[in-house]
Design a protein around this ligand. Structure first.
Ligand code: MN
Ligand code: MN
Length: 307
């Protein structure tokens, strides 16, 4: 079995059946290193729905993905066997069943492989972290790109909406708050007490102001190393400014540029990146595939960090 993308020089990039990065679509039981998986669930959104169509939209745009990383000098698909295993089963109208299915699917997967999941809304990250933590056998370091804190309280009496995954991850001890990093945060917040949880648990929260006030290069120098333990990266596409990612459910102005997130991802020092996800891509609001292409690039950087 060869784990190489379909060549654009043989088969034009607009042709063929769409898989992530034109990689083979295989069973999870095959032997390879990294699984790319869609999780088309958006039952946790609080505003615009539609992230359930994220995986197919990102697959389509990933036809333009390529394997050689110019600045890293890495030939990704020569170093790493990567495949598209399709979508995790979900139940669109039942979050409890969906969470159970995600934990089961990724729990089995994570025993032998790393994964990059494509959502779906940010509520999927909680069961993904449960599965990744269980496989790692220890609480995880977490790098969290987002405009939002995602430590918010229950809404409409529902605990597991897309703005609460991180609060639950901390409470369930899936992650180590002191070994976390949040990037891209910005207001406005509903109230000043939204920051209480972050302060109480010592989450390392950085804002867009923190970056823009000192400049990208200096900001990158302040970032911690993740040289110990197992690390998970969750990338909410709304960390990007709506100009760079219009296709998302809860956009916030004043965000990061795609270039800035690329540079940050390339600078991260992570010894063992076990898994990652890209969430909140909502194709109905995307323009000219801007958002999907940004997501494809994040997938590429995460895979390079795994190789
Ligand atoms: Mn967000
Ligand atoms: Mn989020």
């Amino acid at each position: 079995m060869k784990f190489t993308p379909l060549s654009g020089r043989e088969f034009p990039r607009f042709s063929a059946i769409k898989t992530f990065f034109r990689l083979p679509h295989v069973s999870v039981n095959e032997k390879f290193d990294v699984a790319l998986v869609g999780v088309p669930y958006d039952g946790g959104v609080s505003y615009r729905p539609g992230a359930r169509f994220g995986p197919s939209h990102v697959r389509e745009a990933s036809s333009l993905g390529r394997g050689f990383h110019w600045s890293r000098g890495v030939s990704l698909f020569e170093n790493l066997k990567v495949a598209d295993v399709g979508d995790c089963p979900i139940v669109p109208i039942d979050q409890e069943k969906t969470y159970a299915s995600i934990e089961k699917f990724f729990g089995a997967l994570a025993k032998t492989k790393k994964f990059v999941a494509v959502g779906g809304d940010h509520s999927i990250t909680l069961p993904l972290l449960r599965a990744a933590k269980k496989a790692a056998g220890e609480p995880l370091n977490l790098i969290h790109f987002d405009a939002h804190l995602d430590t918010y309280p229950a809404a409409w009496d529902c605990e597991y909406h897309h703005g609460a995954f991180l609060r639950h991850a901390v409470e369930e001890k899936l992650i180590v708050p002191k070994q976390s990093l949040q990037i891209g945060l910005r207001g406005p917040l509903a109230g000043g007490d939204d920051l209480d949880f972050v302060k109480k648990h010592g989450l390392r929260a950085t804002t867009v102001d923190d970056l823009k006030s000192v400049g990208l290069k200096k900001f990158i120098e302040t970032l911690p190393n993740f040289s110990k333990g197992s690390t998970y990266v969750t990338f909410d596409i709304d960390c990007l400014d709506p100009a760079f990612a219009p296709g998302t459910g809860t956009p916030v102005v004043g965000g990061l540029t795609t270039y800035e997130t690329q540079q940050i991802l390339r600078s991260l020092k992570i010894k063992n990146l076990v898994a990652g996800d890209i969430v909140e891509v909502c194709p109905a609001y995307d323009q000219s595939d801007i958002t999907a292409l940004a997501a494809v690039d994040v997938m590429f950087e995460l895979m390079c960090l795994m190789s």
